[in-house]
Design a protein around this ligand. Structure first.
Ligand SMILES: [Cu+2]
Length: 178
């Protein structure tokens, strides 16, 4: 009788199965490798882990030396409009920390915000003012203070050991506007 024994059949089957499994493992590993390399390439080249441009960057010391950031940093630009040049440093806001920024109620204020060292978050509690203070970059945001009172400037970007004490004050004086 020329039949294969059970064992012979098993051996052949396993041999074929093993070959298939090897090739599928190889295909899976190859696909994962291609996806991984593509993902790393995209992140690095398209999302900026490696900077491709120098246009966005400025010398971090530049805003600190601009005339607007010298002195009080507060300039009246109209009957009730002001520009405030705000410098964040570890761990204070200038102006704001120590001496409060004092303005009359109804003031329309444009804050020009930068950082002299690391990233800080410029947030004025109870308002919509919230922007990141970036070294070398001056961001700006405008707000009208319609209600008198004390507003606190906090730092909402963790910046080191004194982060939680990086607080400034804005005092809006006068009677409530209708
Ligand atoms: Cu900070």
């Amino acid at each position: 009788m020329a039949t294969t024994t059970h064992d012979e059949f098993e051996d052949k089957f396993h041999h074929v199965a093993l070959r298939h499994e090897r090739s599928w493992v190889f295909i899976a590993v190859a696909m994962i490798s291609v996806l991984f390399i593509a993902a790393v390439y995209l992140v690095v080249h398209d999302y900026g882990l490696v900077a491709k441009t120098t246009h966005f960057y400025a010398n971090p010391d530049t805003p600190a030396t601009l005339a607007d950031f010298q002195g009080t940093g507060i300039k009246q630009t109209g009957p009730s409009s002001y520009s405030v040049y705000e410098m964040g440093r570890a761990w204070s806001w200038t102006p704001g920390t120590g001496t409060p920024i004092t303005l009359p109620v109804g003031s329309h204020v444009t804050f020009y915000v930068t950082s002299g060292d690391v990233l800080h978050g410029f947030e004025v509690q109870g308002t919509s003012i919230n922007l990141t203070a970036i070294p070398g970059v001056v961001g700006h945001v405008s707000y009208t203070f319609d209600k008198p009172g004390t507003y606190y400037i906090i730092c909402n970007e963790y910046c080191g050991a004194g982060h939680q004490a990086m607080i400034g004050k804005i005092v809006i004086t006068g009677a409530k506007q209708s």
